[in-house]
Design a binder for this molecule. Structure first.
Ligand code: PLP
Ligand SMILES: N[C@@H](CCOP(=O)(O)O)C(=O)O
Length: 489
């Protein structure tokens, strides 16, 4: 632990726009809320996702000034305009300082050069070795802060394809005001990921292994949020990237990397291993705030719905295929809805219509103009199983750098891109030690866990196996959650 004291707080006048931001739903029919309410609400009551009414802007001088500054200082400048007056500047600074003090690297998210003009942004130095920690360590503190101020409790439910679950449990374990339930697809996560969810002994932690895929877990979760009686009775809150606070915390590292590589004086490109579209959406937000981004490149595994959509304009779900990058085994990318909202002129009615078509027929077609608007900022590429393994092996052989399978997908897709003067940053979303079997099979090297995580590999596991059936899961939560208070229909 390096720093537990609040950071020195800078004056607000270095921001162009500090007005308190209000949030609207992508489906246009939920109440307009402030930051703290959005934080506790998760999914909007109309099934949409909250986005800020306007995008705060950072000046070029502010962005240039981020170069070489401590991570926590940049985080304060980027996050504060989204929080507004809901949380005091001093409290926010203290929470940011604490959230990143425990990271294993002093830079929090260091950049590593792997080729001329190509960099890996290591996002895995948090407690559970995944990029999720960057947002989740702050989210746990923010929620606790708001719940304490309001004298409330909450029941957190999260859906995970492997990493969100462990990071959320780590952030909320033992917290007095929350119970946390994590739904994960049984048999479809790595041993390390499963043990991060099943070995914590705190009474407020509940891991549920569902027979199904991540998409089943996420659909059940969204169903709970639109089941008003259940939602109210357990005081439901969410920690997936449907929660706007998750996205905001992930915007920070785009600015950190961009400024380190010369922004705003030159544009930067980012390739992002993508599943639920939260991480790359944070890049889009950074661009809206003023970071010059040349391209945002979506990298997918065989579950390539987003790559297909960019190719032919049809967003069409297919069955989830298990891969050696299990955290990206996702076909319904929740946060794509936030981008759809932007490219449809923020028209909630159009988003309701697209989402209704998706739930009725598993597909919708994008009109020409919104598709063109998406293609203006984003590219996409896919990487198969053999290419993922080959990228791990070749990168280790040629550079000595050991990739996890998700990051390997990003690097492979980045390598296929035409040459450009803009530096390319590949987001390294997980530490290779989370996927030791896949990494060893690819390159013969078995990455070791940091010593403090070793004991969990032989600790007893505790989890409940359940069918992917929302009613049964809701009953289980009602029986177990300490925040449940009244009858539900
Ligand atoms: C290791 C890893 N890489 C990439 C992703 C995809 O990120 P997102 O869901 O934000 O698109 C995930 C899961 O979210 C992940 O855990
Ligand atoms: N890949 C994620 C899936 C959930 O994504 P989230 O960012 O919406 O929480 C995981 O590892 O659980």
């Amino acid at each position: 632990m390096r720093r537990l004291h609040p950071l020195p707080v800078r004056k607000r006048d270095f921001l162009e726009d500090i007005a308190a931001v209000k949030y609207v739903s992508t489906r246009g029919e939920a109440p307009v809320l402030g930051f703290s309410d959005v934080l506790l609400t998760g999914l909007a009551a109309d099934g949409g996702l909250y986005v800020p009414q306007t995008w705060p802007k950072l000046s070029r001088e502010t962005i240039a000034g981020f170069a070489g500054r401590p991570y926590a200082e940049v985080a304060q400048a980027v996050i504060e305009p989204f929080v507004g007056d809901d949380i005091s500047r001093e409290d926010l600074a203290a929470m940011i300082g604490e959230a990143y003090a425990g990271f294993r690297h002093p830079a929090v998210t260091p950049l590593v050069q792997v080729a001329p003009n190509r960099f890996v942004l290591e996002l895995f130095h948090g407690p559970t070795l995944a990029f999720k920690d960057v947002a989740m360590q702050l989210l746990g503190r923010l929620m606790d802060h708001v719940l304490t101020a309001r004298g409330q409790r909450a029941t957190i439910v999260g859906a995970t394809s492997g990493d969100t679950g462990g990071a959320a449990i780590e952030a909320f374990r033992g917290r007095e005001r929350t119970d946390i339930f994590v739904l994960f697809p049984d048999g479809r996560v790595s041993d390390v990921q499963r043990r991060q969810m099943t070995t914590p002994t705190e009474a407020n932690v509940h891991s549920l292994a569902l027979s199904g895929t991540f998409d089943d877990c996420q659909t059940i979760l969204k169903g709970m949020f639109t089941h008003a009686a259940f939602r109210d009775r357990v005081q439901l809150a969410g920690v997936n990237s449907i929660n706007w606070a998750r996205i905001v915390a992930q915007v920070v590292y785009y600015f950190v990397a961009g400024a380190a590589l010369g922004a705003p004086h030159r544009p930067i490109s980012f390739t992002v291993p993508t599943g639920n579209f939260g991480d790359i959406l944070a890049g889009y937000v950074a661009a809206q705030m003023g970071l010059p981004i040349e391209r945002l490149v979506i990298a997918t595994n065989a579950n390539d719905i987003l790559a297909r959509t960019l190719e032919n304009g049809a967003y069409e779900t297919r069955g989830v295929v298990p891969t050696i990058s299990p955290s990206m085994d996702i076909q319904i990318s929740s946060n794509f809805e936030r981008l759809l909202f932007e490219v449809h002129g923020r028209d909630g009615a159009q988003i309701r219509s697209l989402m209704a078509r998706l739930s009725q027929s598993g597909r919708f077609e994008l009109a020409e103009a919104p598709l063109a608007a998406i293609r203006e900022g984003f590219d996409a590429g896919r990487c198969g199983e053999a290419e993922t393994a080959a990228t791990i092996e070749r990168t280790l052989r040629e550079t000595g750098y050991l990739l996890d399978p998700h990051t390997a997908i990003g690097l492979h897709v980045a390598e296929q891109r035409p040459a450009s003067d803009a530096p390319m940053v590949v987001l390294a979303t997980a530490h290779p030690a989370k996927f030791p079997d896949a990494v060893e099979a690819a390159c013969g090297v078995r990455p070791a866990l940091p010593p403090e995580l070793e004991p969990m590999m032989s600790a007893p596991e505790r989890f409940t196996k359940m069918a992917a059936e929302r009613g049964e899961i809701e009953r289980h939560i009602l029986d177990t959650a300490r925040a449940a208070t009244m009858e539900v229909s």
